[in-house]
Design a protein around this ligand. Sequence first.
Ligand code: HEM
Length: 442
Amino acid sequence: MAEPPTLRMPKALQALGFLARELPMTAHAQRKLGDVFSISVSGLPPLVIVADPALVKEVFTSDASDLRAGEGNAVLLPLVGASSVLLLDQAAHMRQRKLMLPPLHGDRMRIYGEVMREITDDEIDSWPLNQPFSMHQSTQAITLRVILRTVFGIEDGAQMADLERLLPKLVDLGQWVTMIPALQRGGGRASPWGRFLRAREQVDAILFDEIGRRRLDSEATAERSDVLSLLMQARDEDGEPMTDLELRDELVTMLVAGHETTATTLAWTFERLLRHPKALERLQAEVTLGEESSYLDAVIKETLRVRPVLNYAMRRLASPTRVGAYDLPAGWQIAVSLVLVGLREDLYPEPLAWRPERFLNRTPETYGWIPFGGGVRRCLGASFAQYEMTTVLRRIVERCDLRAAEPASEMRKRRAITFVPARGAQVIVEQRRAAAANTVTA
Ligand code: HEM
């Protein structure tokens, strides 16, 4: 049975290298071993890393009963709950996906544009002039408010303030206690697990209360356009609605999957854009004319290519499976590397250079541009995220003259499973235009 090649080094060293210097190590392994190789992280079954579009297609289109993503996400259970689409596989997974897809689909996103612009305007108005600040912190505030208003449908100011305070705490603590299961004990006030449980209790109380209120006023709920209200009206193939618990779990899932990812991609977009003055000039010229800008879209696609927030789309093998020339036993994990695929020289000449022109008037290759993963597990929020990112970026560029706080590029820093700009994407606003001027209602 042919197994994928692996680096010749002790397993403990491989594990250490993978944890401490994952990106250089996998790039080195790809150069030495090719587009499929395995890495052993002590105590776990080998991880097979895949970086070739043809094999990516094989993995993404394989029978979902052989390749499972839900099992691999099981550690997230305390945070997202047992009905989360992230944790399910096969029929149960497809049921949740079918219920969630229509509210998050394509053109529907336009109805959220006004709210997205309003939230961005408020954030812009709070920025200091001629003083560095972290764009990442700002995009985190924007994307959280956007999710709360458009996905959760929160309108009440006090409830909004409570959730803005509690949700980052829940997700932050949740990342620690799910990554280090040994922390899941003791429930004392000071322990991480105790603090996590209390934050979860408080968040759940607000969410169940909100769901209950909307159920009571079903006529008003039917008129609403937020994602939660639409999910409450959705029916599965047997005509069954989602339960309160399912609704709660999917709300937290969309927050966990959609908040930090979108905020970080926006932060990287500014980190890259502000170091490419010609691109910034072109973008500014296009948005000021108020035209639909395909360049804007290309700027985001190129940023997602060189700085995908997540490195892997993971699948666990439920049965022995052949991938390319290799036979992989049940229990192994396949990690499609979003980073390595994005940096392929054959698809993207001079792959490290950030050049939005690559995507101008060109649809990316299905399996060669995969920052949102693929197949039956492809990101459910991809349309939402892309629409939000173009709306926020357009608004900021329209209203502000920006520059990078320092000329040197920011390195990638690992934060839980994401890679973020190491200094928080430090920027300086040199000039801010009034909200009313140049307003484009696209
Ligand atoms: C730039 C922003 C985002 C990026 C880069 C991103 C990326 C990803 C990736 C790589 C996956 C795994 C795909 C796979 O395994 O093949 C995923 C899954 C998912 N994402 Fe996103 N995401 C983003 C924003 C969002 C948003 C805004 C939402 C919700 C509103 C969302 C909801 C989800 C859900 C529910 C899944 C699980 C899908 C499933 O298992 O069937 N994501 N995302």
